[in-house]
Ligand binder design. Sequence first.
Ligand SMILES: [Zn+2]
Length: 146
Amino acid sequence: MESGKPKYPRPVTDDPLDAKFWELCQTGRLHFQRCEDCGSWRFLPRYMCAKCGSAAYEWRPVAGRGRVFSWTVTYQPFHPAFAADVPYIAAVIELDEGVRMATRLLDCDPQAVTLDMPVALTFKDIGDGFQLPCFHPVSAERAPAR
Ligand SMILES: [Zn+2]
């Protein structure tokens, strides 16, 4: 048995669209599908637009800025790899493009999170170079106005 810290679990990529999303994360930028017919952004990855039903899309990079839509502070690790991370913040971020994404909020005191807190994208290496998109707080002065 291998010793040392347990490895973080990787995202499941059984579906080709999910696999493409995670593959694009490895480029160091966050990409979402954008509908080629109505311009709506899609996340989670899906085969049809939820607004107009179109199957046409392209993968487009996003700015990686948004605000805290919701969050919870996790005190109990549900996997051994997270034991050293607790307490940590599991958050839903609403990106400036309008999509919401479940993620982690890093470099933030769990007591300091607020609704609509401005955040920016960062990537966390969860082992073997695999890049997981996460977010961290940014000052309100640097955040775009709503
Ligand atoms: Zn559409």
